[in-house]
Design a protein. Sequence first.
Length: 366
Amino acid sequence: MPKSPAPNPHSGQDTQSIDALFRDAGLVRNLRGNAAGVTRRMRLERATAEELSPAAPVPRIAANGVQWLAVRGWERTPWLWHGFSTRKGGLSRAYCADDAPGELNLGFTASDDRETVAENRRRLAEAVSGDAATPLVTIRQIHSSVLVHATGSDSVRENPHNCRVPGDGSSSLGSKGDGIFTDEPGLLLGIQTADCIPVLVADRKRRAVAAFHAGWRGTVKRIVETGVGRMRLEFGSRPEDLIAAIGPGIGACCYAVGEDLFSSFESQFRYGSELFREVYSTDPVRTRYPMLFLTQRAPGHSPIGPSLHLDLTEANRRQLLSAGLKPGAIKVVGGCTSCQTGLFFSHRASHGHAGRMMSVIGIRPS
C-alpha cells in the first residue's frame, strides 16, 4: 500500500496560518524563496514635523502672575482642583536670560534656589486652589509603574530624604513611584515633568483623583492603565465615571527614537506600530539633494530624515481607552514641550538644563 505523502509546510492550510501570524505581528513573509528570515515591519505613515506639531494652548493668568493650563469642561465639576503649569509666572532665574522675567520652575533642581522653588510651589497652589497654603504632595519619580496612595497625614509628615522645605506647604512622601492617588479632600497631588506626559484622572461619582508621570518607560509598563485599575480596586471607581486629561509633553513632531523603542511598544501593545510615524525633513536642500545626506545610522539616531517618531500622548490615550474610559471623557490639552520652549520647559530641547513643570489635581474640601 503506497505511503501518504509528507505534509508540505509551504502550501495549503499551514501556509495560511503562518501568514496570519505574520500579519498580526505586522510582518510580511518572504515569498520569493530567498534567504530565510528576511522579514521587516510594514511601512509606517509618513509626515513632516510641522504636520504633527500640536497647537499650543492659551494659558490662564492668575492674580499672582502664574500662567497655567486648565482643562476645558472640567470647571463643571466644582469640587475638582486641577491644573498644568507652564514655565511662566514665577521667580526662578536659573533657566532664563538675564533680562527675561522670572520663571515658574517647580522642581528642586541643582541649578535653582530651593526657597525660590518653594515660593513658586506656593504660587501654583494659590493659582489652582485659591490658597497658597494648600498642601502639595509629590513622590520620587523613577520611570516605573509604581503607584502611591496619599493620605491627609502625608501633607504634614517629614520624610527621611529631606525632600521637604520647611514652611513651603509641600511634601514629598519619600516614596518612589510615578502615580499618586487619593480620595481625601484638601490635598493637591503633583507630578513633575519636562518632556514626559502628565495624565490626570478624576472619578466624578466617588470623588477620587490621581496623577501619573508617563515617560516612555512608564508608558511601556502601562502606568496609566495600571493606575485606573488601582482606582477601581481602592475606591470602587467605574470607568464610565472617570474623566482624564493628558497634559503637555514632547510631541510626535519632536520625539525621534530608535528601533529599540519600536520593538518595545510593538511587543507590548497590539496597536504599538500605530504609535509611530516616519518623519521627513522639510529642508529644501535635503529634499533636492538626498544623496548628500545619506547615513548608516539607525532611524531616530540621525539628524537626517526619515526618522522614527513616537506619539506618547496617543499611547497614553490608548491606555485610557483600554482601561474602559469613554473617548469623550479624555481631553488632550495640547502643546509640545520640545518645540514650544517659550511656554514649557524641555529636558531634550535644552540638552538637560531645564526646570520642571508640575501637573496637579485635588479634591476641594466641602
